[in-house]
Design a protein around this ligand. Structure first.
Ligand SMILES: Nc1ncnc2c1ncn2[C@@H]1O[C@H](COP(=O)(O)OP(=O)(O)O)[C@@H](O)[C@H]1O
Ligand SMILES: [Mg+2]
Length: 316
């Protein structure tokens, strides 16, 4: 007896399965190269396989952004692609009559959002949600968006407002190294993994000039200070201090050169994120002066017996 499930007979299921396979074969065998499909809504039939094949073909062709309707899919290139992030390209997207007609790019999303704010049509406040698994490129993408806004939302008229805008931009950009030093760590999946979530708010005035920024952080993985999975590391700042402190600071902070600490595993891994100077310079730009910095790093020193554990020769 024929059974109907959800309006489909097994016969029609078999038929649709066959036509689906034919559609799939036709799609994969099409003449136009797959990597030219810049919007996943053009993929037909939409299956996991066809979508992944399309993204794979684009990845192989060094094309890392693909639209999916009004969503942008960003693939992590896992290599530097400097030409994709040049200020000239930012300006090109900013000046384009229809940025959505240009190649898919995070700048296109940034620009469209900026124009929505500029139009003053409700809702004036706009949000960009950057989501993905660890190592997918979320922090990178948010950084790109901040750089984009720092470049495009800065055409103030007077010299004074120009200076104010410039200072805000610099502060926004310098907040990244500081947050990353204290909140990021090397994990199995990402050398610079953010161990917290964040909500970044950029504030514009009526003339669409940047007037302020606020960052709210969530759920910092504090347990990492005292426990790191094997082959992972503690927060970058500890390694930065150990590697970058001056002789004077070492004496002051009781940090002998080359000392090993059980809660600072894998110190031999040299990462570009280990640069103490970058963090210090960014702190200065954020208005955290040298004495305050010293107090912050001294707090780390006081926490050392707890933080750095039994291998610290100076912790007794
Ligand atoms: N668009 C990109 N271009 C070049 N490298 C990238 C890009 N996106 C990510 N990466 C690389 O991948 C690493 C992990 O990305 P990240 O943004 O930290 O991931 P997530 O925040 O999603 O965990 C970065 O440190 C960077 O080296
Ligand atoms: Mg991150």
């Amino acid at each position: 007896m024929l059974q109907q499930v959800n309006g489909h007979s097994p016969d029609s299921d078999a038929q649709s399965g066959k036509s689906h396979r034919e559609d799939l074969r036709e799609f994969l065998g099409r003449e136009a190269p797959l990597h030219q499909l810049d919007d996943l809504t053009k993929v037909n039939p939409v299956t996991l396989e066809t979508v992944l094949r399309c993204l794979q073909a684009r990845y192989m062709a060094d094309t890392f952004y693909t639209n999916a309707g009004c969503t942008l899919v960003a693939l992590n290139p896992f290599k530097p692609v400097p030409h994709l992030y040049l200020p000239e390209l930012m300006r090109e997207y900013h000046a384009a009559p229809q940025p959505q007609k240009l190649k898919p790019h995070v700048f296109s999303v940034g620009e469209q959002t900026y124009r929505n704010v500029k139009s003053l049509i409700e809702p004036v406040n706009q949000s960009i949600v950057v989501s993905g698994e660890s190592g997918a490129g979320k922090t990178w993408t948010s950084r790109c968006l901040m750089k984009f806004y720092a470049v495009v939302a800065a055409s103030p008229t007077s010299w004074e407002s120009h200076k104010i805008a410039e200072r805000i931009e610099q502060r926004i950009l310098h907040s990244n190294p500081v947050m990353e030093a204290f909140g990021n760590a090397c994990t199995l999946r990402n050398n610079n993994s953010s161990r917290f979530g964040k909500f970044i708010q950029l504030q514009l005035n009526r003339a669409q000039q940047m007037t302020g920024a606020a960052v709210q952080t969530y759920l910092l993985e504090k347990t990492r200070v005292a426990y790191q999975a094997s082959n992972e590391r503690n927060f970058h700042i500890f390694y930065q201090i150990c590697k970058g402190a001056s002789e004077d600071e070492r004496l002051q902070w009781h940090l002998p050169k080359g000392a090993a600490f059980s809660w600072l595993p894998n110190p031999e891994r040299t990462l570009e994120e280990d640069c103490f100077e970058v963090t210090r310079e960014a702190m200065i730009h954020l208005g955290i002066n040298a004495p305050t910095q010293n107090n912050i790093f001294k707090v780390r020193k006081k926490a050392m017996p707890l933080t750095f554990g039994r291998d610290n020769p100076l912790s007794q």
